[in-house]
Every structure is written in C-alpha cells, then in structure tokens.
Design a protein around this ligand. Structure first.
Ligand code: ATP
Ligand code: MG
Length: 151
C-alpha cells in the first residue's frame, strides 16, 4: 500500500500528544510532503510507536525528540533522535535481541519486556529496510531506518 509519509507520521505521532505534554517533552517532526512509500500501514505503525515509546521512556522531562525524514537517490531515511539517558556501548549490540534490557535496575521502574526493538527490527526487515542505532550515554540515542522508496 502506498502511503504519504508526512500525513502518516503526523497521524501516528498525534497519539502521543498527551503523553508528551504530561512529560513536558516536545516532538519535532520534519518531513516534506508528497513522499510516497509502499508499506503495511498497520505493521509499520508498530515501529514508530515502539521507537517513540522508548524515546519517551528513556528521556527526562523537558527534553526533545526529533523525527526526521530524508530522501536520497534511492532510499528514504527515517531518523528518531532523543536526548535521553542513552545506551552503554557494551549493550548496544544486544538491544535488538528478544527480552534484552539494559541493566535491569534502571529499566525496572520503567517497565517493559525488552521486546520492543526486536519487533521493530523484524518489521523493518520485512519491509526490506535496515535499522541502525547509535547512542551515547547521558546524551541520547538516534535510531535510523533506511527504506527503499518503492518499498
Ligand atoms: P518493551 O519495549 O518490551 O516495553 P523495553 O523498552 O525495555 O521493553 P526494547 O524497546 O526492546 O525493550 O529496548 C531494549 C533496551 O534498550 C531497553 O530496555 C533500554 O534499556 C534500551 N533502550 C531502547 N531504546 C532506548 C532509548 N531511546 N534510550 C535509551 N535506552 C534505550
Ligand atoms: Mg521498548
């Protein structure tokens, strides 16, 4: 199914409006209009929701999240960047593993099963895309998803 990306992302992110407000966080969406992409809207929605959930859950109040879409020759890159607690370098290789959570102590109070990112990766790859995470402890985390424009 062909989806107009800007409308699609804004619609999904609208569900986070209240949660963001309660945590005094801001979400900036930067995506030009008229970019069409083939994806399964229901499934891919889980990707955005899980990533936004993480970005909020692992960030302090008053910080900002950036959602950006960039188009290059043959791919579209969706980037979600937060200013949260970050992921230690030693844990980064494992965050896509099922049930993996960084340091149970820091995660326990924020709940979760360590499933979010494994599901995200599965859905992105089912769309022929690639996902990468970079992070710096105390500074924030950036998730990049590269998709072929024709799906
Ligand atoms: P679930 O998503 O199942 O509710 P979860 O959020 O703990 O639980 P994942 O989404 O798979 O699980 O993330 C795995 C781990 O990676 C998390 O426990 C967390 O420590 C770390 N992590 C994921 N995203 C971020 C982020 N944006 N900032 C900091 N740490 C993160
Ligand atoms: Mg999660």
């Amino acid at each position: 199914q062909k989806v107009e990306l800007a409308t699609y992302l804004h619609t999904i992110c609208a569900h986070f409006h209240l949660a963001l407000k309660e945590k005094e966080m801001e979400l900036d969406i930067s995506c030009s209009q008229g970019l069409y992409i083939s994806l399964d809207p229901e499934r891919f929605q889980q990707v955005i929701i899980n990533l936004l959930d993480n970005a909020m859950k692992y960030s302090k109040e008053g910080t900002k999240i950036d959602l950006m879409v960039k188009k290059s020759a043959e791919s579209l890159t969706i980037t979600l960047k937060d200013q949260g607690i970050g992921i230690p370098e030693k844990d980064l290789p494992y965050v896509f593993d099922k049930l993996y959570r960084v340091e149970k102590s820091r995660s326990r109070k924020s709940g979760g099963y360590g499933l979010g990112l494994s599901i995200v990766k599965e859905i992105v790859e089912a769309h022929g895309g690639e996902i990468t995470i970079t992070s710096e402890t105390g500074k924030g985390t950036t998730v990049e998803i590269a998709l072929r424009e024709d799906g």
